[in-house]
Design a protein around this ligand. Structure first.
Ligand code: NAD
Length: 489
């Protein structure tokens, strides 16, 4: 296993895959450069990870380009056999992958479902090649007009650190299913599980170059992928700030279509007729899971004045008692924030919340725990224009505000630059429908929040939350060109 920049890799590196996977082989970065991955629990070096250079990305793109025509020429059954084998291998190694994520970004192994989600997606898309259908028309006298759908060629995939393998599969599987090849960049904060997947890709029989996995920072590898002239489409999940840079990179290079799944500031609205137990359970879970580090986290809750006291008490009762601790232990369900940057960012918002709103739970880092732990935190009565009401916190922090009327709360819920997810809790079907239509969000949960979102609903954002919709058949369109073929007949 890898050497480092002249330093010995720390002990765990010897057991952990930290190399790049290019053209069917594991390789060290061309310039030998590595970066240290630190545990968010112990702050120790977990691994020295190879950082892809521009030359490495170029090699990965060239390999993907060379492999694409033969990959697209395979039958759906031939591609499907690789998909199914990969799904099986990853499912079998879910526990090992869980430990890699716990080490790198602190997700508790007890809550880890990413390996299973990965396998589910590769199984689902294994035969999606059959869904690629063109059309024909006879509307032009003397002509038959055919429409074909074809793969773009090389697709770039850039993923975040919060649920790495879910995003790996959500993007790579549909792109591959319809005949594209992929260069995927994992996040520098959680590269280990994605790096390990190369072994399974090889064993599953994917031809060399079909899936390439590189690791590194936005600068160099992310930027090189998004500017690359041979990357013909790009699918990205991450922050709105980076999404903007990626769109600029496209406009400065080959105008590749970019699909952007970005940040959120999701509101949940709880009306007086709602099942308050269920509403409190769903909303608190949404902002607690993954220590609040999910794009869809319900970070703003609006509760009707008549039931506010009761709801807030229920929310506090359910949100408070988490099991903080070592993410490697089964009893832990609340891990640390992923790294120092995330942690300090959340602490900054806690101070803003304390200044602008009323703190009723949490608010201070756990002093008797090592690691970047933030306890479940609730603020109430925070002015709508406070920074904490407008910006994504990405921590276990919620603002609960009180409203009186439908008109008032709809305006407040929509008063955000984001529009990823929203939820409404009510037993009144007419009101639920009015809000499903009126809330400016790609997905509106009715009596449910983010983690319970149905698998077959489209997913994506309004406004600063993104561009395009993902999810099952919705994703296939991202990865297909459309060609018209008029011909005399
Ligand atoms: P990030 O934008 O910092 O990084 C995401 C990825 O982009 C990483 O791999 C990073 O290395 C890369 N990157 C950074 N700068 C780049 C550049 N200039 N060019 C190309 N690539 C670059 O986001 P993050 O901190 O990893 O993830 C958290 C963010 O992701 C949050 O805002 C969260 O809401 C969002 N997110 C959105 C969804 C969704 O489905 N909408 C899901 C999960 C996370």
């Amino acid at each position: 296993m890898p050497a480092t920049n002249g330093h010995q890799a720390s002990q765990p590196s010897k057991e952990i895959e930290t190399r790049l996977f290019i053209n069917g082989e594991y390789v060290e970065s061309s310039n030998g450069k590595t970066f240290s991955l630190l545990s968010p629990k112990t702050h120790e070096v977990v691994a020295k990870v190879f950082e892809a250079s521009e030359e490495d990305v170029d090699r990965a793109v060239a390999a993907a380009k060379a492999a694409q025509p033969a990959w697209a020429a395979l039958t759906v059954e031939q591609r499907s056999a690789c998909f199914k084998k990969l799904a099986t291998l990853v499912r079998e190694h879910n526990d090992e992958l869980a430990k890699l994520e716990a080490l790198s970004m602190g997700k508790p192994v007890s809550t880890y479902i990413d390996g299973h989600a990965f396998s589910w997606m590769f199984d689902y898309y294994s035969e999606s090649g059959y869904n690629v259908q063109g059309t024909s028309s006879l509307n032009t006298p003397g002509f038959v007009n055919l429409t074909f759908r074809q793969p773009y060629g090389v697709v770039g995939v850039i993923i975040p650190w919060n649920v790495p393998l879910l995003f790996f599969a959500k993007k790579a599987a549909p792109a591959l299913a319809v005949g594209n090849t992929v260069v995927l960049k994992s996040s520098e904060k959680a590269p280990l599980a994605s790096a390990r997947i190369g072994h399974f890709i090889k064993e599953a029989g994917f031809p060399p170059g079909v899936i390439n996995v590189v690791t590194g920072f936005g600068n160099v590898s992310g930027s090189v992928i998004s500017h690359h002239m041979d990357v013909r489409a790009l699918s990205f999940t991450g922050s709105t700030r980076t999404g903007r840079l990626i769109q600029q990179a496209s406009s400065k290079s080959n105008l590749k279509p970019v699909f952007l799944e970005l940040g959120g500031k999701s509101p949940a609205i709880v009306f007086e007729d709602a099942d308050l137990e269920a509403a409190a359970e769903a909303t608190q879970y949404s902002v607690q899971t993954n220590s609040g580090q999910t794009c869809m986290a319900t970070s703003r809750v609006y509760v009707q004045d008549t039931i506010a006291e009761k709801f807030i008490a229920l929310f506090k009762e359910k949100f408070g008692p988490v099991k903080v601790g070592d993410p490697m232990l089964q009893e832990t369900n609340h891990g640390p924030q992923a790294d120092k940057v995330q942690y300090e960012n959340v602490l900054k918002y806690l101070e803003i919340g304390k200044k602008d709103g009323k703190l009723i739970l949490g608010g201070n880092p756990d002093s008797h725990e090592d690691g970047y732990f933030v306890p479940p935190t609730i603020f109430t009565d925070t002015p709508e224009d406070s920074v904490i009401m407008r910006e994504e916190v990405f921590g276990p922090v919620v603002n609960i505000n009180i409203f009186k009327t439908e008109e008032e709360v709809l305006a407040k819920a929509n008063n955000t630059e984001y529009g990823l997810y929203a939820a409404v809790f009510t037993k009144n079907i007419d009101r639920a429908m009015r809000f499903a239509k009126g809330l400016e969000a790609g997905t509106v949960g009715v009596n449910c929040t983010s983690p319970t979102t149905g698998k077959d609903t489209p997913f994506g954002g309004y406004k600063g939350s993104g561009l395009g919709r993902e999810g099952l058949h919705h994703s296939l369109d991202h990865f297909l060109e459309t060609n018209g073929f008029p011909g005399p007949c």
